[in-house]
Structure formats: structure tokens, C-alpha cells
Write a protein that binds this ligand. Structure first.
Ligand SMILES: Cc1ncc(COP(=O)(O)O)c(C=O)c1O
Length: 402
């Protein structure tokens, strides 16, 4: 008999959504606007081959790569985070305050280990990233939705809900949000940092898309407005370097990063050494600026093609976001079409064979919210396939309206 822990039941719903999300990615015949994986073309395979050869043969760092390493990550990579990723974004940090994690998801997991007791309240955007909700629910937190509009999380609603629920944490994806592609305005960034300090609430700023901006002007992270250490920044190398390397990081104040040392030790001792060394060398050898420009150009083109095609092939009355970066667009269909039901036909009808993620799963309030919405991921799909996929999907949607 299975004697699973209670926490496994509490994450049942969100776990099912996440499973569906990854399911469609495995059918090679499907044009998938589903997952959030980076484009194949955005993975620096040739450069990494060269660096791997160098460090294993010439520099004899092979032993370092295959041995146990520092709990909080190698110094080289923490310096890269501080100098190459945070300083240009107006965040001054010491490398001692950086903890390297195994992907952004582990950062979220570790912060829950540190802060979340069963029954704690976490305020999340409505809609929010279902994978993080899954983690929160695994820790038996109760997720309460906060309204969003075109400028991101509504800070009036946030303050009202902080007062009403006394939450432990606020979870916010400020830049090119997953799933909507929406960016939190400057005013609201400042306000959220202030609210964290005023009400003594942890602000978990999850910002894995911020470096993929291809239009509009840059906004500083919430963390840069934090004066009291209530904001903790979690980030990932998945979208700017390599998703399979499983690298991410946390920036927190002295007290919190000291505690994260214990959390990381008790979790997996440290993040794998080989990917850390390869990633640090990638930056230190100066490959990042050209690579960064290449991926931004690539995703900009795909976003433009996706917007053009949705406007052309989807029915009148369709609404979509215009992301200035990242990999996602949020689409709202007219005519009461249920995107969860439509997805079954979209993926199985041989004339269509297109996947997306149905909107409902991103809302913790459930009850049908977002049932006419879909998250469209354009990053991993070539412009030609975007054209074919949206035309087929558009035809299917139009046929339902007739
Ligand atoms: C909002 C958000 N946070 C965190 C992550 C996790 O990233 P990683 O692949 O580094 O675990 C993702 C990945 O898609 C994401 O969209």
C-alpha cells in the first residue's frame, strides 16, 4: 500500500496541469506552442564543445568539475552573476549573497523550505506560473490570487490582500510574465518593494525572462528598490544560456543567504560542478554579449511573426498581449470557446496537430477562470512553423464559432 505524505495530495491539481504541459512536447508530429523551452538555435552548443575540451584537456580543471564543490556554488559563477547580470541592472550585490541553485525551480523550492509552513498564505498573480504553484502547494501553502492588468500585479489589490490575509510571501514574476508576457510597471515595482518592508512580507521576485528584452526600455528589478531585505531575487540561466544545465541563483541578504547554505546542504549539497564551470567560462571568455544579441533577435522575429499570424488567422474579437521580451503571449478567445476542450481536438485532429497550454490551469481560483484563454509560447518554434501552426489552429477556432 502507498503511504504517501499528505503534501502529495495538496499538489494534485497543479501537478496534473504541469504533466499535461510537458505531455504534448513529446509528440514529434505536433507543432507545439506549449512548453517554455528555449529555441534549439539559442543553445550555444559549439562554444560549449570548445570550452569543455579546453577545461578537460588543457586547463586540467577536470578534477574540479568531477569533484564535490562549494555549497553555495563556485566563486567564478557567483562573480558572473554579480558583475555581468546584476550590476548592469542596477542591483549591487556581493558574491557572498549569491547562492547558485540547480535551476530556477530549485531556488523557489529552497525558499519554500526556508519559509513555508503548512497553511501559510502565498499571494500570487492571477494568472501565475503553474509550476511554482505546484511547489507552493507541495509545501501545503494556500495560494491566494491577486488581480493583474496590463501593468502587472495590481498593487491596490495586493495591499488589500496583505491586510486581509497576513501572507508569509508574495510571489511575483515581474518581467515578461509567465504565462501572460506582461511586464510590471516601474511604479508598481517600487510599490511592491515598499509593501514588503511595510508589512514585513517576503517578496519572492522570480525573474527568469528579464534578460530577454527585445523591445521597449529596461526596468530595474524590484530588488533594486528594496531597502530592508524583504525582497529575494530568484533567477535562472535556463533561458539565456542552457535549460538542461539546470542553473539558477538566489540573491538575498546576509541572514537569508546564511540560512540558504543550510537548506542547500540538506537538499543536494551543491549544484553540479561541470555546468557551473562551463557557464562561468562562457561568460568570462566574453561569449555572452554576442549570444545575448543573437537570442534577442531570434525571439523578436518569432514574436513579430506570432503577433502577425494571430491577428491574421484567429477570429475577430481575439485579444492578445504584446510582450516586449520573453517567450510567451496570452490569447483570449471570443465566443465562449473552452480552450481546455479545444486542446484535445487541436492535438489529436490530424488536420491540426497543434499544442498550446490552456488558460485555466494558471489560475489558482479555478472555477472556470481563464477557460477561454491560452498561453502561446513562440520561442521554440521557427517562423515557418508558427505560420503553419497558427493557420491550422485559427481554422479550428473559427470552425467552432460558426
Ligand atoms: C516564471 C518561471 N520561474 C521559474 C522557472 C524555472 O526555470 P528553470 O528551468 O531554471 O528551473 C521558469 C521556467 O520556465 C519560469 O517560467
Amino acid at each position: 500500500m502507498s503511504k504517501f505524505a499528505e503534501r502529495i495530495n495538496s499538489m494534485e491539481n497543479s501537478a496534473a496541469v504541469v504533466k499535461r504541459l510537458f505531455g504534448a512536447m513529446n509528440d514529434p508530429e505536433i507543432i507545439s506552442f506549449g512548453g517554455g523551452a528555449p529555441a534549439r538555435e539559442a543553445l550555444p552548443v559549439d562554444i560549449i564543445r570548445e570550452i569543455t575540451n579546453d577545461i578537460m584537456r588543457t586547463e586540467k580543471r577536470g578534477f574540479e568539475a568531477l569533484q564535490y564543490g562549494p555549497v553555495v556554488g563556485i566563486k567564478d559563477l557567483r562573480d558572473v552573476v554579480v558583475n555581468d547580470l546584476l550590476a548592469p541592472k542596477g542591483v549591487s550585490a556581493k558574491s557572498d549573497n549569491i547562492v547558485i541553485t540547480s535551476g530556477g525551480m530549485e531556488a523557489i523550492n529552497m525558499l519554500c523550505q526556508l519559509y513555508i509552513n503548512p497553511g501559510d498564505i502565498i499571494l500570487v498573480e492571477s494568472p501565475s506560473f503553474v509550476h511554482s504553484i505546484e511547489v507552493f502547494e507541495m509545501f501545503q501553502a494556500r495560494c491566494i490570487p491577486v488581480n493583474m492588468d496590463d501593468n502587472g500585479m495590481d498593487t491596490d489589490d495586493l495591499e488589500a490582500k496583505i491586510i486581509q490575509y497576513n501572507p508569509k510571501m508574495v510571489y511575483v514574476i515581474p518581467t515578461f510574465q509567465n504565462p501572460t508576457g506582461i511586464t510590471l510597471s516601474l511604479e508598481r515595482r517600487k510599490k511592491i518593494a515598499e509593501l514588503g518592508s511595510k508589512y514585513d512580507v517576503i517578496i519572492l521576485e522570480d525573474d527568469p525572462y528579464r534578460d530577454i528584452r527585445y523591445s521597449g526600455s529596461d526596468l530595474l528589478p524590484i530588488k533594486s528598490y528594496d531597502k530592508t531585505g524583504h525582497t529575494i531575487l530568484a533567477n535562472s540561466f535556463s533561458k539565456i544560456f542552457s535549460a538542461g544545465s539546470r542553473l539558477g541563483y538566489i540573491l538575498a541578504n546576509d541572514e537569508v543567504s546564511n540560512k540558504l547554505f543550510d537548506v542547500k546542504t540538506a537538499t543536494n549539497s551543491h549544484t553540479s560542478m561541470l555546468p557551473q564551470i562551463l557557464c562561468a567560462e562562457f561568460f568570462k571568455r566574453g561569449y555572452y554579449p554576442a549570444h545575448h544579441k543573437m537570442i534577442c533577435d531570434l525571439y523578436r522575429e518569432r514574436r513579430d511573426v506570432m503577433m502577425e499570424c494571430i491577428d491574421k488567422y484567429f477570429p475577430k474579437g481575439t485579444k492578445r498581449t504584446t510582450p516586449d521580451g520573453g517567450l510567451f503571449m496570452w490569447v483570449e478567445l471570443p465566443g465562449g470557446i473552452n480552450t481546455t476542450e479545444l486542446l484535445i481536438e487541436a492535438t489529436t485532429n490530424p488536420e491540426v496537430k497543434v499544442a498550446y497550454v490552456a488558460g485555466e490551469g494558471f489560475y489558482v481560483e479555478r472555477g472556470g477562470k481563464g477557460s477561454n484563454c491560452m498561453r502561446i509560447s513562440f520561442g521554440g518554434v521557427s517562423p515557418d512553423k508558427i505560420r503553419v501552426g497558427t493557420e491550422r489552429l485559427g481554422k479550428l477556432i473559427n470552425s467552432k464559432l460558426k
